[in-house]
Design a protein. Sequence first.
Length: 302
Amino acid sequence: MMSGTAWHIGMGFLTDNKGMAEERELKVSFLSKNKIICPLCSTIFHREELLSGSGRLIAGNITDELHRLYEPSMKYGDVYPLVYQATVCPECWYAAMDKDFVELKDRQNKGVADAAKRVADTKLIFPDVDFHNGRDLKSGAASQYLVTRCYDYFPKEYSPTIKQGIAALRTSWLLDELHNKFPGEHYDWLSGLFKRKAQFFYTEALEREQNQSELLSGLKSCGPDTDKNYAYEGIIYLTGLLTYKYGSKNNSELRENQLSSIKINIARIFGLGKASKNKPSPLLEHAKGLYANINKELHESD
């Protein structure tokens, strides 16, 4: 770590001590005082945390994937909360959601053995990433990819499958932002790949919940983003939405059966048009939109 050096401004830039006064005003993150010990390689490090307040985050729209967008601030520029969500060991690149990170103590053999491949595979996608420095969009996307990968080390009590789905979806969103900043570098293709991975994990997690082989009780917040918990109905909705948008369309009969099933599940969310004060309005609005789109496609295939 770069002790004694001003921490980064915005997305990953460092200042020297001459810029300390300005940096105090403009920084968007800080290093937590709490030490974290990696359960795989015993590296001691400090987690980078996002600062809030002072106009750093200007909430924008919520997409149909229940992703909160943020407007750039005149003072701080673009700030992406998802960049800071995953805890990543800077040495072995083991990663997990914050509360789960140290919980791997007695289940680490696979994670230790996979370390070199974990790092190498990540660098194939994000070659310039370094978790010793402040987070930026690329390291943020890489951190979520690592979360997707590292939940393979967790037992079913931690609901790893849905956490992989959430992390895959978050990876895709950060890749979308990278595509906006660096068009032509194929981040849009990578984003689509991770959205399809998210669709697989969400579908698998819901099936495991329904057959009781892996419950969702190990998930404290269903997200999928950081600003709101859309609970179990959010998982049902996203499973349907991701299947509708990114599921296979090669088999028309299978597609029709999937959409018919999704339509029934989505209708239950908003009660076939009945208002519900207990359900978040973005979820209701997007669920109704998905229902209408599915209904249209099913009628077109008649």
